[in-house]
Design a protein. Structure first.
Ligand code: HPA
Ligand code: ZN
Length: 337
């Protein structure tokens, strides 16, 4: 299939996006607006280039924090949700589970209760304007230690809101291994929250084992180093624990994937490890969901039928109710014809 035909076809198939960070879907235009609002001067092209100049996960996370630092008030999130809405529409995404990372906002004095009001308002607005359902997961974060993560969890549990479904564990993996965050996950499970964790993105398979055994994560963000451990791949397959694979993100942060053609997602898929495709940080890695599918098509030789399985997975491994999964999967079948 030609590129334009591929994009048109795939855009028309309803898909779920299960691994994306809302702060990382903002457009360059929004970055410029926020910078001007904060600093009273324009953000230059040279500064924009510099912002996106990093070569590993920790460098990227530093850039992610700089972008969060551009926010000066809670209503700045309106711009992000508008960007998110446009992103979802451009990519034919019918359902989305997205992360937000509150630590940096709380540190600068934002009220979490105000943030939740804004989030709820914007989720409703997206659904009313487009029919697309977006649910949020709060990143307790591993970057600032266990105490900060515990505080984030406390904040989430004391301020529940419609559209909030659980916790994630993102940030600098090499500085905050999964095993250190068991106590937060235990509380989250007790509170009835869903719980997922980034693992095996910047560390070896032991980090994934810890995310599963200690944190009891329901899905693993990235999980690419599972490819180094046959037993782990077998475990993921048998226990139906999905990897949220974001191929371009891994090529960018380089540590374990040197080129798209070498990405282990092909190996996972062939070994029946459940995989869902996500984008992680579209603005930072210059990639959107349709592009990721195109990468799988051109560099990893995924077939049309295999795409259908990946798209069905995106609903099957979501946190939707069984009846909603059924409805979405029927709409995939209908639009596939
Ligand atoms: N890994 C860890 N933390 C993150 C990421 C990621 O890919 N994106 C945003 N926060
Ligand atoms: Zn991520």
């Amino acid at each position: 299939m030609e590129k334009s035909e591929f994009y048109t076809f795939l855009k028309g198939i309803p898909k779920a996006e299960l691994h994306i960070h809302i702060e990382a879907v903002m457009s360059k235009d929004t970055i410029k607006k926020l910078y001007l609002k904060k600093n009273g001067v324009e953000f230059s092209d040279a500064e924009m280039t510099e912002l996106f100049n990093y070569s590993d996960l920790n460098g990227f996370i530093a850039a992610f924090l700089k972008v969060q630092d551009l926010f000066t008030s809670v209503d700045d999130f309106d711009l992000i949700f508008e960007d998110l809405k446009n992103y979802l529409l451009r990519n034919g995404i019918a359902y989305c589970e997205a992360f937000f990372a509150p630590s940096a906002f709380i540190k600068k004095g934002f009220s979490y209760a105000e943030m939740t009001k804004n989030f709820q308002k914007n989720l409703k607005k997206i659904e009313e304007e487009t029919g697309i359902k977006v649910l949020l997961m709060g990143d307790v974060s591993r970057t600032f230690g266990l105490e900060n993560a515990e505080n984030n969890f406390k904040m989430f549990s004391e301020n529940p809101f419609e559209g909030f479904i659980g916790i994630g564990l993102g940030g600098a993996e090499s500085k905050g291994p999964s095993k250190d965050f068991g106590p937060v996950f235990e509380k989250a499970h007790k509170a009835g929250f869903h719980a997922v964790a980034h693992a095996g993105e910047d560390c070896g398979p032991e980090s994934i084992w810890d995310a599963i055994k200690i944190c009891k994560a329901e899905r693993i963000g990235h999980g690419i180093t599972a490819s180094q451990d046959e037993e782990l791949m077998k475990y993921l397959s048998e226990n139906k624990i999905a990897l949220e694979v974001c191929p371009t993100s891994n090529v960018f942060t380089k540590k374990y994937v040197k080129a798209m053609s070498e990405h282990p997602v092909r190996q996972f898929f062939d070994k029946k490890v459940p995989v869902v495709i996500g984008t992680d940080d579209p603005i930072f890695f210059g990639v959107e969901l349709l592009d990721e599918y195109w990468n799988l098509y051109t560099d990893l030789k995924f077939t049309k039928e295999e795409f259908k399985e990946l798209i069905m997975n995106s609903f099957d491994y979501s946190f939707l109710s069984p009846s909603d999964k059924f409805t979405f999967k029927n709409s995939v079948e209908d639009s596939w014809k």
